[in-house]
Design a protein around this ligand. Structure first.
Ligand SMILES: Nc1ncnc2c1ncn2[C@@H]1O[C@H](COP(=O)(O)OP(=O)(O)OP(=O)(O)O)[C@@H](O)[C@H]1O
Ligand SMILES: [Mg+2]
Length: 281
């Protein structure tokens, strides 16, 4: 199921008297094709979450439209699942009950719910944790449960806002692999917001890079690499470098938030690694 973002603009009311309205997105357009995995990458505050929530139908654009599978959408629907950064799991329910919840809301019969639940737990290798409460499982497992819950009603579109943002480095690589496996089995059309360049190259068919200039799209990079991606390959590094350069120009000395600092730290580390390599040569 394809997503078309067509010329959307969005501004917000000023917080203080006398201030101008904040124009976050101006005339933004891009597509996600059927079955594709696309990442939205960009500096903090450039409008990534705003774009995602407009696609989800949580808020309306001032101008422009969102077309999903040929039809304009303006409110949330079961065709588009949204995965929040903070998991948003129900702590009073067990793992299995959390995943079953959207199926109950959709009034699926019990036998079908149980079958789907076991299938989902199986693909994430979490069969043994069905009866655990949320506080009894690790952060990485919570992330997987959130993903399984988002997939429970077979959404055609999966929207993810920094789904692995809270996960540490080692675990992140493992979860990226699992996310890729699960989504390949489910054949979902996916749009993910991230500020992690490596994550975007590892997971995406395309990376759309936004800027703070009203969300203007700086580049739409097609990642033409076989899956699973080889982080050691030369082409993989070339993509990382290319995207990092674009991000650097997007920040343009305007480092204000922790996320910007993370991006700059990533760029600095890469540069010092390159220097070391040059010295070694
Ligand atoms: N409901 C709102 N009311 C007022 N301003 C808002 C609202 N939602 C977002 N904004 C502003 O719009 C801008 C873009 O916010 P958004 O959350 O889309 O950025 P982002 O790219 O997701 O940033 P981050 O990477 O930090 O999550 C920010 O300046 C934010 O303060
Ligand atoms: Mg955001």
């Amino acid at each position: 199921m394809s997503i078309k973002v067509e010329n959307i603009s969005k501004s917000f009311q000023a917080r203080r008297k006398g201030e101008e309205r904040l124009s976050v997105l101006k005339d933004i357009s891009f597509d996600v094709n059927d079955g594709e995995f696309v990442s939205l990458l960009g500096p903090s505050g450039c409008g990534k979450t705003t774009t995602l929530t407009i696609i989800a139908g949580f808020q309306k654009p001032d101008e422009g439209k969102i077309v999903v599978k040929g039809k304009e959408v303006s409110k949330p629907g079961p065709d588009r699942a949204f995965m929040f950064q903070n998991y948003a799991l129900f702590p009073w329910l067990k793992v299995g009950e959390n995943i079953e919840y959207p199926m109950i809301k959709k009034k699926l019969p019990k036998a079908e719910r149980e079958k789907k639940l076991m299938e989902l737990l199986h693909i994430a290798q979490m069969e043994n944790y069905k009866d655990y409460y949320i506080h009894e499982i690790s952060g990485g497992m919570k992330q997987r449960v959130a993903l399984l819950r988002a997939l429970a009603c077979d959404p055609e579109v999966l929207l993810m806002d920094e789904p692995l943002g809270a996960i540490d480095f080692q675990m992140r690589h493992m979860l990226q692999q699992q996310l890729e496996n699960i989504l390949m089995q489910k054949n979902c059309t996916s749009l993910m917001v991230t500020h992690d360049v490596d994550e975007s190259v590892y997971l995406s068919d395309r990376v759309v890079i936004m800027s703070r200039d009203h969300g203007r799209i700086l580049e739409d990079v097609k990642i033409d690499l076989p899956r699973p991606r080889d982080r050691e390959s030369e082409k993989y590094h070339e993509y990382i470098e290319h995207i990092t350069e674009i991000l650097k120009s997007a920040l343009n000395g305007d480092v204000v938030t922790q996320e910007d600092k993370d991006i700059m730290e990533f760029i600095k580390n890469r540069e010092s690694e390159e220097n070391k390599e040059n010295i070694a040569c």
